[in-house]
Design a protein around this ligand. Structure first.
Ligand code: ADP
Ligand code: NA
Length: 327
């Protein structure tokens, strides 16, 4: 491979927000040009907490369809479902034997999740980082696009790779965390000092890519602003600043141009305009997702092909690993 390899996994929660789209997915679409990209729907990671099986299966397909609808291209990239490539679980076992109990105990996500799911602190929750290391190392990944919260996992992956390579020679490429330069940060519509997140209990605080137009328009009409009235960015106007950034991001205009466009106008005109612009930006994605989900055979042909491509790459690494450890 002359192109660098990028690997990214997303858990199938079934929902993608406008924040996920503008902050991550849209960027992934452009990365496809310069990198060999692998995009994985991480259903094996999802079962560290209890899931309803039918819901998990549906959400996995929905996320896969949304990946494609957002512009991830199965011709350019390798787009697949984790459980369809058993090499992930297989390498994870071997890596478990090169991952220290102490290292796993120090992971902040384990501490947080075992507190949140105190009735189900299972071994999978604990060894989740070695499955994540397997995800990354299987493909000789160079770069892992992650948010700040995932940095610790990439660090651990590097430690495991270093330990293994130290014993057996150069088996794994040393991956690096990749924090994109111009990542848009979309804030909550109800509490604009927080990031927009689907984990919020207030459904009006986030826009889902699959929200129907009338829901999107309603949420923007209710978006928190301020009593001052002007459409311009300022630290003491986080709500309006966020709406300006969103409008700019979905129309491709600069925030300055947006301020000019609405200068002298009130929020009564601005908020519906942002809503309309978001509706138009998300419409093709929503419609394409629905079309894909209605055409199960086509969707299946895509994810089968993705799994085959991924497995071929994974097997090359796994064969080396097995030889090294004595299988
Ligand atoms: P959520 O908070 O919606 O559950 P995740 O934490 O699962 O989102 O993040 C998935 C990806 O989307 C990450 O790459 C993250 O950086 C990006 N992302 C999530 N929320 C936002 C946001 N509000 N603005 C920009 N990017 C975001
Ligand atoms: Na989250």
């Amino acid at each position: 491979h002359e192109k660098k390899i990028i690997f990214s996994a997303t858990q199938p929660s079934g929902k993608i927000t406008l924040g996920n789209y503008l902050g991550a997915l849209r960027n992934w679409v452009s990365l496809q040009e310069d990198y060999h990209a692998l995009y994985c729907v991480a259903d094996e990671h999802a079962i560290t907490v209890r899931q309803d099986p039918a819901a998990l299966r549906r959400q996995t397909l929905e996320l896969y369809a949304q990946f494609i609808a957002c512009g991830l291209d199965p011709e350019k990239s390798t787009i697949f479902i984790q459980s369809h490539v058993p090499q992930h679980a297989e390498l994870a076992w071997t890596l478990n034997c090169y991952t220290m109990y102490g290292e796993l105990s120090r992971m902040t996500q384990f501490k947080d999740k075992s507190a949140a799911h105190a009735d189900n602190v299972n071994a999978g929750l604990f060894t989740y980082p070695s499955l994540m290391a397997a995800d990354i190392l299987l493909y000789q990944t160079d770069l892992v696009p992650v948010g700040e919260d995932q940095r610790q996992h990439v660090e651990l992956t590097r430690n495991i790779a270093q330990r293994f390579n130290g014993i057996y020679g150069e088996v794994f490429t040393m991956p690096e965390a990749y924090i994109p330069k111009v990542a848009a940060r979309v804030m909550s519509l109800s509490e604009p000092d927080k990031k927009m997140s689907k984990s919020s209990t207030n459904e009006n605080s986030y826009i889902l890519v699959m929200d129907p137009p009338e829901v999107i328009l309603r949420k923007f009409k209710r978006a928190v602003t301020d009593s001052e009235g002007g459409v311009y960015r300022s630290p003491d106007k986080p709500g309006v600043s966020n709406l300006i950034e969103i409008y700019a991001a979905v129309t491709g205009k600069s925030p300055e141009a947006v301020e000019q466009e609405f200068s002298g106008q009130g929020y009564g005109a601005f908020k519906p305009a942002v809503g309309e612009a978001v509706v138009e930006a998300l419409r093709p994605i929503r419609e394409e997702t629905q079309r894909l989900l209605a055409d199960k055979a086509y969707l299946e042909s895509l994810y089968r092909q993705g799994a085959e491509k991924a497995a071929a790459m994974a097997n090359r690494t796994l064969r080396k690993v097995h030889k090294k450890v004595g299988f």
